[in-house]
Design a protein around this ligand. Structure first.
Ligand SMILES: Nc1ncnc2c1ncn2[C@@H]1O[C@H](COP(=O)(O)OP(=O)(O)OP(=O)(O)O)[C@@H](O)[C@H]1O
Ligand SMILES: [Mg+2]
Length: 245
């Protein structure tokens, strides 16, 4: 867990990112997430949501300043920050690549040089957390898409991250697996930042919403304030959550 001394979980000051082909994906982003908060980034396709998440554990290096739990994201601190920020990709197949689920979940801890019994207990606990207890010997190739999404989350949990960033955690899920992800988010006491097009899911999980469009922050605030603002949402090619239509 993060220490109580931490005042911010994510702090971005004037962050911009340009892809090698010259596409400006993010422009002058200022953003703050508090320890323990759960927040969603919304925005139309191409708004920069996924790019932004990939900045938080150093996969991509932006211009501007990012601090994670008050540590500057720099070359020197990168390894340390990677252990505290868990990024769950939209596609679970980008995250599961070992012969067994056990190996997938043990991959992070083993890389950190963790002892065998500690690794095993972390794997067992992470599988329990997402409701996949007993899946150690299964292969991700033989799991359903929903099970793979849950396993991808579990593979991040074994790192005991302080912050979990999830890219469209409920996309392509059936109602049961969508519900399981919502319940896991609500049970978890991790600081959580997710991107989603599932507006109703946000109303059940997140206190705060940030609206991105064309690489910029257009609005941010409490979930109800943003997601009940029909005009703001429509101006940004979005819609009210179904329950508030
Ligand atoms: N590898 C890349 N090279 C060049 N441009 C890219 C690359 N990946 C993404 N982009 C561009 O960066 C911008 C932001 O893309 P990003 O994937 O972050 O959007 P997004 O908000 O996650 O969209 P979606 O809702 O479709 O997932 C888009 O204009 C996209 O075309
Ligand atoms: Mg995306």
């Amino acid at each position: 867990m993060f220490s109580e001394n931490h005042k911010t979980a994510v702090y971005c000051n004037n962050v911009s990112y340009v892809y090698p082909d010259g596409t400006q994906a993010l422009k002058n982003i200022n953003f703050r997430l508090l320890p323990g908060e759960k927040a969603a980034i919304i925005g139309p396709n191409g708004a920069g949501k996924s790019t932004f998440l990939q900045l938080l554990n150093g996969i991509k290096r932006p211009q501007g300043e990012i601090k994670i739990f008050e540590t500057l994201l720099s070359e020197k601190n990168l390894r340390n920050i990677k252990t505290h920020v868990g990024l769950v990709f939209q596609n679970p197949d980008d995250q599961l690549f070992c012969p067994t689920i056990f190996d997938d979940l043990a991959f992070g801890p083993v890389n950190l040089g963790m002892k065998e019994d500690e690794t095993e207990s972390r794997v067992t606990k992470a599988l329990m957390d997402v409701g996949l207890q007993g899946y150690e010997k299964r292969s991700s190739l033989h799991l359903s898409y929903g099970e793979r999404k849950l396993a991808a989350i579990a593979s991040i949990l074994t790192m005991n991250p302080w912050l979990i960033a999830m890219d469209e955690p409920t996309s392509n899920l059936d109602p049961l697996h969508r519900r399981k992800i919502i319940q896991w988010i609500n049970r978890s006491n991790l600081t959580c930042l997710l991107t989603t097009h599932d507006m109703d899911m946000i109303t059940e999980t997140c206190q705060k919403v940030v609206l991105f469009n064309k690489g910029q922050v257009m609005a941010e605030g409490e979930t109800k304030k943003i997601l009940k603002d029909k005009k703001l949402l429509e101006e940004n090619d979005l819609e009210l959550p179904l329950k508030w239509q």
